[in-house]
Design a binder for this molecule. Structure first.
Ligand code: SF4
Length: 274
């Protein structure tokens, strides 16, 4: 039988657990129209499960007439928050406190006269949210680049790889007269990466479970794949291919911060059956 090992930190992270508990508590009161702007977390299976309980993602805030709006873990845009408040819509702020910390530091740096640099992916909702609270007066850096400013203030997307962040900061140091840096990488993300790298060295194959749209899961996959070439990113047990397991004795399983335990358990059971 295949031996299966899992990382210690697996399943929902603190921020995701908190957000899911908040919406479920609201759903339990019998409230039917609960909306999130975009998916509350980047896990399609969990979002489908929540939809059955009346918690639905919408693309545009203007599509919401009544009910309750949930601010998702990655945060929402400043203009959406203003709209919700102007319309007097009820809301639950489930933004992860670590994401709020990024925003807080970015706003503070701007007020102190720094040119704010957010190191991260421009398309990620967390980065878009932080930028919107700077009234879009900030720079998103996805690769080392020089910035034409005397005072530069830097924050990081919570799911970044530390080495990547360091590269960008080192690059900025070359030109800036003054550089103020806040390492806002989430501890949970770094811990998961450390545990996954350790596990990858002990097994013949790694499975990274989580949404294909999840930034932290994808980054975890890319990092582990560099250490263990036989690594696969799957969303559910249905993605497992028996061919992968030929000659494999030990399988390591880990997951992104938004991967529910029930999916990990199903994957584990299925692997043991091969
Ligand atoms: S990974 Fe970190 S920042 Fe993101 S939701 Fe979880 S605890 Fe918050």
């Amino acid at each position: 039988m295949i031996e299966v090992y899992k990382t210690k930190d697996i399943g929902f992270c603190f921020g995701v657990k908190r957000a899911i508990n908040m919406v479920l508590k609201e759903a339990q009161t019998g409230q039917k129209n609960i909306y999130t702007i975009g998916p509350i977390i980047h896990n399609p299976q969990m979002v489908d499960m929540l939809r059955e309980k009346g918690i639905r993602p919408v693309d545009d805030i203007k599509d919401i007439e009544d009910g309750i709006v949930v601010f998702r873990t990655h945060g929402i845009k400043k203009e959406d928050e203003e709209y919700i408040k102007q319309r007097g819509l009820r809301y639950i702020d489930a933004t992860c406190p670590f994401v709020k910390k990024v925003r807080r530091y970015a706003i503070m740096l701007k007020k102190m006269g720094y040119k704010v640099v957010i190191v991260g992916e421009g398309r990620h909702p967390e980065v878009k949210s932080v930028l919107s609270y700077l009234d879009n007066d900030g720079i998103v850096l996805q690769k080392p680049d020089s910035i034409d400013a005397r005072k530069i203030g830097v924050v990081s997307q919570t799911t970044l790889e530390k080495d990547f962040f360091l590269d960008i900061v080192t690059g900025l140091l070359r030109d800036a007269e003054e550089l103020r840096v806040y390492n806002t990488i989430c501890v949970s993300t770094s811990k998961r990466k450390q545990e996954a790298s350790r596990l990858a060295e002990k097994v013949d194959m790694m499975l990274i479970v989580g949404g294909k749209n999840s930034s932290n899961t994808t980054k975890l996959y890319e990092m582990v794949k560099r250490l263990q070439p036989k690594t696969y990113h799957i969303e559910t047990e249905d993605d497992l291919d028996p061919v992968w397991f030929s000659g494999v004795k030990r399988v390591g399983i880990t997951g992104g911060a938004s991967t529910p335990d029930f999916i990990i358990d199903k994957v584990e059971r299925q692997v043991k059956n091969f």
